[in-house]
Design a protein around this ligand. Structure first.
Ligand SMILES: [Zn+2]
Length: 188
């Protein structure tokens, strides 16, 4: 479990987060992914990178590049053939910063929230923001409303957008160079 003082990074990915030439908070954090944890419990996750292991922006961008590469490997395996570029490929376009303390400050009653280190092949820095239902009785609609408000809180917590075009995407500069990363809060 990550401590309050840590920083995490959310990778901005093409094409799934891009709308009208912009990567906005609503798309950078659109929803949790439903998963089953090692104990068979249903959890909801959002994938991020661990700042402690990514001390420079260069390393943050390298992590994002590996996130995109892992997604592409996965897709190519499923397709059983090389992917058409860029129509079928995923590309890293920069990162947003989040403070773990901001994430954990999200108001909640019906769910537990944590940030957990969860290394993946080629992605030792990978972590999950994990949302898990607690034992307090509630209607489905109430849980869903709380999840929606936590997502809104997380979007507001996105900070310090750092656009980036990978060396591996130098053939796609024209496509990517005008895509902007935006945040909800005014610049400090
Ligand atoms: Zn790359």
């Amino acid at each position: 479990m990550l401590s309050d003082g840590e920083i995490i990074y959310r990778s901005a990915l093409f094409p799934r987060m891009v709308t009208s030439g912009v990567i906005a908070p609503e798309r950078a954090i659109s929803d949790f992914t439903r998963e089953t944890d090692a104990d068979g419990n249903q959890i909801f996750t959002i994938s991020v990178g661990r700042g402690n292991l990514l001390p420079t922006m260069g390393e943050v961008h390298d992590y994002g590049c590996r996130v995109a590469a892992a997604a592409n490997d996965d897709r190519a395996k499923k397709k059983g053939a090389p992917l058409a570029r860029p129509d079928e490929t995923v590309h890293y376009l920069g990162s947003f910063k989040l403070l773990v303390s901001d994430v954990l400050a999200a108001p909640r009653q019906l769910v537990e929230l944590s940030v957990v280190h969860f290394p993946m092949p080629g992605l030792d820095e990978h972590c999950n923001i994990v949302l898990q239902r607690n034992n307090i009785e509630a209607k489905k609609s109430e849980v869903s409303a709380e999840r929606t408000s936590i997502l809104a809180h997380l979007r507001l917590s996105l900070d310090d957008p750092q656009p980036h075009i990978c060396a591996c995407d130098s053939d796609l500069i024209e496509l990517f160079q005008d895509i902007k990363l935006t945040i909800a809060k005014p610049a400090a």
